[in-house]
Write a protein that binds this ligand. Sequence first.
Ligand SMILES: Nc1ncnc2c1ncn2[C@@H]1O[C@H](COP(=O)(O)OP(=O)(O)OP(=O)(O)O)[C@@H](O)[C@H]1O
Length: 280
Amino acid sequence: MNTSTALKIPASGDSVAQTSASDIQIDISHVGKVYQSQGTDAPVTALDGVSLRIRRGEFISLLGPSGCGKSTLLNIVAGFQSATSGQILQNGRKITKPDPSRTVVFQDYALFGWMTVQQNVEFGLKAKGMPKAQRAEIARSLIAMVQLSGFEDKFPHQMSGGMKQRAAIARALAPDPDILLMDEPFGALDAQTRVLLQEEIARISSEAKKTVIFVTHGIDEAVFLADRVVVMSPRPGRVRNEVLVPLPRPRTADMRSDPWFVSTVKDLWETLKPEWQKGE
Ligand SMILES: Nc1ncnc2c1ncn2[C@@H]1O[C@H](COP(=O)(O)OP(=O)(O)OP(=O)(O)O)[C@@H](O)[C@H]1O
């Protein structure tokens, strides 16, 4: 497949300009975040005027250097933290606290160590009061979706990092959220497992039809997965620019050698490298 002739990197904001208001699921508007210091340290401005509109079903990669505020922004969307200024709307309603319509996958799996895979995946459903047979069936189908059938009775310490992250993804999908928030979910995995799970999450997110915000500082990962890559500036984090990804779905391994993919990853790296080095 050669998509290079048809492709252009659009200016920031073009991709949502023609979208009707009802298609916008998450509307991030002028969000700033200042962490007040303890003791004599100066306050830290993590985010400054971040605006971003995300469509229902869109896969956004939030790409930026370490410390630019990616996790902070994700945590505010999740409802774990509040913004110092600005607001975030979900379907027109202000996000003020966590909600089962938004679930999070963290880098460190965050599975309960004393529960089996099956119990971990069922956890959120049990908390909602779902009857046992129903939640067992939902968990089984999600465990199959993340290709862990046969491992239902294993505990986290009996599994590899990749398997644990598959289980964490199944657990996050169990409450049937509208929005899946992923904070460097493959950051702790070896390179091969990471590539395999990137292909898995591309498949799963299309099958499950979720809106996804995927935080990463991996340029190739960001481009491979996303409909739109939102590039953040070094701290204080702002939206620096956006790249629309025209690669078709399902995303497959051969697309990593597509000329557009190769040149976009290279261009992004050459543009961002000086900034990212400065920020270190
Ligand atoms: N609770 C906190 N109190 C004070 N400063 C904080 C707090 N949390 C984050 N920060 C600071 O805010 C900035 C943004 O942090 P954040 O974790 O959001 O960045 P990030 O882009 O996700 O980084 P990384 O890629 O390294 O995880 C950093 O300078 C960080 O040190």
